[in-house]
Design a protein around this ligand. Structure first.
Ligand code: THU
Length: 135
């Protein structure tokens, strides 16, 4: 899998973050199983709690376009004016990703196009609560 391309896409999405309150910019690039990429950025609210993370922006864009099967997500986050850091999805995003991700989906945390770490989603949310609990 071309994680370099996905990393680049997350860094590009980060540039479009709307984050005037935290000044922490996050970008995500979500890869579908058939090779399409949906980008997302965090979008903040003056009321704070309605804020949407980059990962959920990308997921909601993709799912609302009919996508259901995913291969990977890359995430890049940086304080305004700073260098990207390894930025892991927050707990709320992990729970929402769990709705559509299997344990083997790759989660790529990105510092640069050539510096990133790859995890399995199952590492980030072991013992998750999901649809399987409700049948
Ligand atoms: N944020 C994300 O977009 N994704 C994460 O994985 C961590 C946090 C956003 C939410 C808020 O706009 C800012 O980063 C600071 O918490």
């Amino acid at each position: 899998m071309d994680y370099k391309l996905l990393a680049k896409s997350a860094l590009e999405a980060m540039e479009r973050s709307y984050s005037p309150y935290s000044n922490f910019r996050v970008g995500a690039a979500l890869l579908t199983k058939d090779g399409k990429i949906y980008q997302g950025a965090n979008i903040e609210s003056a009321a704070y709690s309605p804020t949407n993370c980059a990962e959920r922006t990308a997921l909601f864009k993709a799912v609302s376009e009919g996508e259901r099967e995913f291969a990977a997500i890359a995430v890049a986050g940086a304080l305004r004016g700073g260098e990207p850091q390894y930025c892991y999805p927050c707990g709320v995003c992990r729970q929402m990703l769990n709705e559509f991700f299997t344990d083997d989906v790759a989660v790529v945390v990105v510092k640069s196009e050539s510096d990133y770490k790859v995890h399995r989603f199952g590492e980030l949310l072991p013992f998750g609560f999901g649809a399987g609990n409700l049948v």
